[in-house]
Design a protein. Sequence first.
Length: 212
Amino acid sequence: MKPLVNMIGQRIGRLVVIERAANADGGRAQWRCRCDCGNETVQPGKVLRKAIVRSCGCLRRETTTTMGLATRKHGQAVNPTPEYRAWRSAIDRCHNPESRNFKNYGARGIAVCPEWRGSFEAFFAHLGVKPTPKHTLERVDNHRGYEPGNVRWATYREQGNNRRDNHVVEINGEKMTLAEAIRRKGQKSSRVRQRLAIGWSVERALDAPKGG
């Protein structure tokens, strides 16, 4: 049996472990936690270590209240539209530590601006209807949050070109991602990247014959 890890004093989301609680059925260790809202909750150590639970439940209630308010105002959540689902998902991954995507958004400091977080109408007024089913919500600057001027509807290809690790190149005076330049030249990505790895210039790597 693995030795018990003392979790007292550890913070998990809104919870701070304050003391050991009675074991659960089966002998599993449990810990009493105090939430930032003032409530207390008892949770299994495994659940806390994996950060599956990050509040006493208040966070989920707050998110639900926000969604419910929006539903009463515009009615799009009765039969959720694609635009409403995109808005709700953005709020969840940015402001719900229990979301499986929180580590890539909220934990990085990415947030939905207060105006949009509290109003689907404000979000919808800025973005409008999705142009096609292939379009999804994208942040233009990945270091900023969901806010006016930094969000648009984009296709998966456009979003791929906006990834944080994309290499930007300049071809004939036009700046674009390396992925876009490769596509325009009709080259294979692996071939171009191999050429660059051995020291070829971007222009040579893109313009050399495909069999070269």
